[in-house]
Ligand binder design. Structure first.
Ligand code: HEM
Length: 128
């Protein structure tokens, strides 16, 4: 199986589901993130599972239901500062640790998320 997608390599639907649950459990408690997220993260988590599935080369679940992701545009209603991007990534690293996602596939996935998170920043720190 030389040409597995990252989606398949990390363990497909089951791993994405575990990762996203572990991630939003942290987001819900993080002082920098909690204020901008809804109290009920059920729908957010459902969309994130769809998104990460296609981001990693699995079926295009997000686009099928919501159209083009336009992620930066969808984040514009929220003040995404460098601090919040760091917090988001910290929650993701801890979630990856919790679910036992490791090795090269984790490192490559995480590095892509760092770039995507940087791209979401739309507010300088001193505006907060
Ligand atoms: C939605 C924050 C980075 C993917 C959201 C929402 C917030 C948020 C507040 C709205 C939640 C809701 O109303 O349900 C942040 C912050 C980030 C960040 C602070 C720090 C940089 C990312 C990254 C990705 C991502 C790196 C993808 C790899 C998504 C998706 C949604 C979302 C798919 C759902 C969009 C929709 O409504 O259809 N994010 N986000 N976010 N975020 Fe982020």
């Amino acid at each position: 199986e030389q040409w597995k997608t990252p989606y398949e390599s990390i363990g497909g639907e089951e791993m994405i589901a575990k990762l996203v649950e572990a991630f939003y459990n942290r987001v819900a408690k993080h002082p920098d993130l909690k204020p901008i997220f809804p109290d009920d993260l059920t729908e957010t988590a459902r969309k994130q599972k769809q998104f990460l599935t296609q981001y990693l080369g699995g079926p295009p679940l997000y686009t099928e239901e919501h159209g083009h992701p336009m992620l930066r545009a969808r984040h514009l209603p929220f003040e995404i500062t460098p601090t919040r991007a760091k917090a988001w990534l910290a929650c993701m690293r801890e979630a990856m640790d919790e679910v036992g996602l490791s090795g090269q596939v984790r490192d490559e996935f995480y590095q892509r998320l760092v770039l995507t998170a940087q791209h979401m920043i739309n507010t300088p720190e001193n505006d907060r």
